[in-house]
Design a protein around this ligand. Structure first.
Ligand code: CA
Length: 626
């Protein structure tokens, strides 16, 4: 073999290796962070459609998946896979299902801060410093013209709501407590155990904790409290011991856990909660690398409700044009993707950038703000740059409460000032200026509508087989189909619950439909036993929850139910059925199954023993056939 042919061979081998690496990379396009063994599936059409019900039923009974939650109005379902099944395998299988609009991993997102810097300082110390030198604003020394902006704001009673979608907020911190800044859900009565306003969340008087599913969005990490302090600190001086009444409201929504990470499913729930409960500005100091159609839909919904979505560009020091960060890179027209600049207007070395994907810069280096337990401390990150913009967005909405998110965004971008270090690295080459934004809001004519947006303009390229995640990312250029009817077909103003337990509560408040349901050999279900009218109490347990209802018909085969909520906990239920005369009771275990014949879910008495069956036989003697 001559030298030249050997060189050719080497080149061929090299090329083959490169191709292999590319192939490996593209088949591992999912190799982002995601929750192992969990997927999100959006079905076509309505969740009440027979096809959708059948899909969910079969997923649970035949694929042994566990339904962890349903966004019924969206027909979006959150499943845990059966043990041992990979997310990739499950998604590949679902791709060809005609019922499925999209299926995707439950991606993990992270707080975009580089962490706490230096010592914590107590609130008293900050108050003392402020008292000795009242003119010093310590959160940043960047020239964003805050004091000029505060002189400019109008004397109005409007208090726009900013949702802090984060690790939670220490709502007891004196900065928030003494200014009255924390949002209060006035339609909810505290601690009465009732969902008074019917928004699907019980006793949600000040936001929600989507990690623990409780009404306590307290911050167990610190990031969200720091972010909230920057938002509030953009609207007023929060270093004084005597605080002015807040001009805005902070809605604490916890979806990042005590380590600062959270999932797509919880982020989506938090976004819907924020929008449906009145937030006009969403602060998103978090991000990650996986394209999620569910998240895109939620953001399009926020846009359709005229809400601003401020997002951290990310802290990898990388180019978002080439390696997208989400949610910052979604091309929804209300998104402001935010880079971090220093006090002297250099670009932070950790900050992501993008000439066509990152909109602007904002101070994000060594920002001084609140931490839990009346502490103050410094932190850096695009996480810290984002809330300055959210604060301005709130001040703009306060001046012009009818202004839509698209116009608010454009006032913020238009008022930003040119900074050399951002040239070629952001869309506007500009850094936040709070005064210019407030000033413009006072004089501009409020637009009556905003451009429409169709999330299908940016559907997951991977689902179309393109494999390149960066395709289609951009700015407002994807705005299409005018008329402000965005939102991906899930409009309507009724607040909706994303919590599975809410569906359970609905079940509890409605009569249980029970009819005959039979099983036979080979996994095929068909009618075999006669069905009888009966009027007995039944209690069905799934996990730690118990449902009490009335049995109206019964047979030796099982009972039939009409709600997907019963599929929780893998569809395994334990039932106690009382005899018609109330003197007798049997315990039967069952598994929720889908009946293709009757197009309904049912409980098969799979593990019912002979004595239980003979008791039912005895009960049904003398009863009328149904
Ligand atoms: Ca509620």
């Amino acid at each position: 073999m001559g030298n030249s042919s050997k060189r050719l061979t080497d080149r061929f081998v090299l090329r083959a290796v490169v191709l292999l690496i590319i192939a490996f990379t593209s088949t591992h396009a999912l190799a982002q962070d995601y929750v192992p063994g969990e997927i999100l599936v959006k079905l076509k059409g309505s969740s009440k459609a027979v096809g959708s019900q059948a899909f969910v039923g079969k997923a649970v009974t035949e694929k042994a998946m566990v339904l962890k939650g349903s966004f019924s109005r969206l027909n979006l379902h959150h499943f845990a896979l059966k043990p041992g099944q990979s997310v990739e395998a499950a998604l590949a299988e679902l791709k060809s299902d005609p019922e499925v609009q999209f299926a995707e991993p439950n991606y993990i997102f992270r707080a975009q801060s580089t962490g706490r810097e230096g010592e914590m300082v107590k609130m008293d110390v900050v108050n003392a410093q402020s008292a000795s030198n009242p003119s010093i604003y310590a959160q940043t020394t960047a020239d964003i013209q805050l004091s000029e902006a505060w002189d400019e704001v109008s004397n109005t009673t409007s208090t726009p709501i900013v949702a802090i979608i984060d690790t939670g907020v220490d709502y007891n911190h004196r900065v928030f407590a003494n200014s009255g800044a924390i949002w209060r859900n006035t339609r909810e009565i505290a601690n009465n155990g009732i969902d008074d306003d019917g928004n699907g969340y019980i006793d949600d008087v000040r936001g929600w904790n989507f990690v623990a599913n409780t009404n306590n969005p307290y911050d167990d990490e610190g990031h969200g409290t720091h972010v909230a302090g920057i938002v509030l600190g953009t609207t007023q001086d929060i270093q004084q011991s005597t605080l002015e009444p807040a001009k805005i409201r902070i809605m604490p929504l916890k979806f990042l856990n005590e380590r600062g990470s959270g999932t797509t499913s919880d982020a989506v729930r938090a976004i819907y909660y924020a929008v449906n409960n009145g937030a006009k500005v969403l602060n998103n100091s978090w991000g990650g690398g996986g394209f999620s159609d569910s998240l895109l839909d939620a953001m399009a919904y926020a846009y359709s409700k005229q809400v601003v979505f401020v997002a951290a560009a990310g802290n990898n020091g990388s180019n978002n044009d080439a390696a997208p960060t989400y949610p910052a890179n979604y091309n929804v027209p209300n998104v402001i993707s935010t880079a971090a600049t220093s006090d002297i207007d250099s670009m932070a070395n950790f900050s992501n950038y993008g000439a066509s994907t990152v909109h602007m810069g904002s101070p994000g280096v060594s920002i001084y703000s609140t931490y839990p337990d009346n502490d103050w401390g410094r932190a850096s990150g695009t996480s810290m740059a984002t809330p300055f913009i959210s604060g301005l967005a709130a001040l703009i909405v306060r001046e012009a409460p009818q202004m839509n998110g698209y116009q608010v965004k454009n006032l913020i971008l238009g008022g930003a000032v040119h900074i050399g270090s951002l040239e070629g690295r952001t869309i506007t080459s500009s850094r936040l200026n709070v005064f210019n934004g407030v000033h413009a809001a006072k004089s501009v004519v409020v637009a009556s509508s905003q451009p429409g947006y169709d999330p299908s303009s940016m559907r997951n390229p991977a689902s179309e087989g393109a494999g390149e995640a960066a395709a289609g990312c951009g700015l407002v250029r994807a705005v299409m189909s005018g008329g402000g009817s965005g939102g991906g077909g899930f409009g309507g103003s009724t607040p909706q619950s994303n919590a599975a337990f809410f569906a359970l509560l609905l079940v509890l408040s409605s009569p249980v439909l029970i009819s005959m349901f039979l099983r036979s050999r080979g996994g095929k279900y068909q009618r075999r036993h006669p069905r009888y009218q009966i009027n007995s109490e039944v209690r069905v347990k799934f996990g730690d929850r118990e449902l009490v209802g009335q049995v109206s018909t019964i047979s030796l085969g099982g009972v039939q139910l009409n709600t997907e909520a019963w599929l929780e906990k893998g569809g395994i239920v334990a039932m106690s059925i009382r005899s018609p005369d109330g003197r007798d009771e049997i315990q039967v275990e069952g598994k929720i199954v889908w009946s293709e014949e009757s197009k309904r879910y049912g409980v098969a008495f799979a593990n019912a023993n002979d004595s239980a069956l003979s008791v039912i036989s005895r009960w049904t003697q003398g009863l009328l056939k149904a």
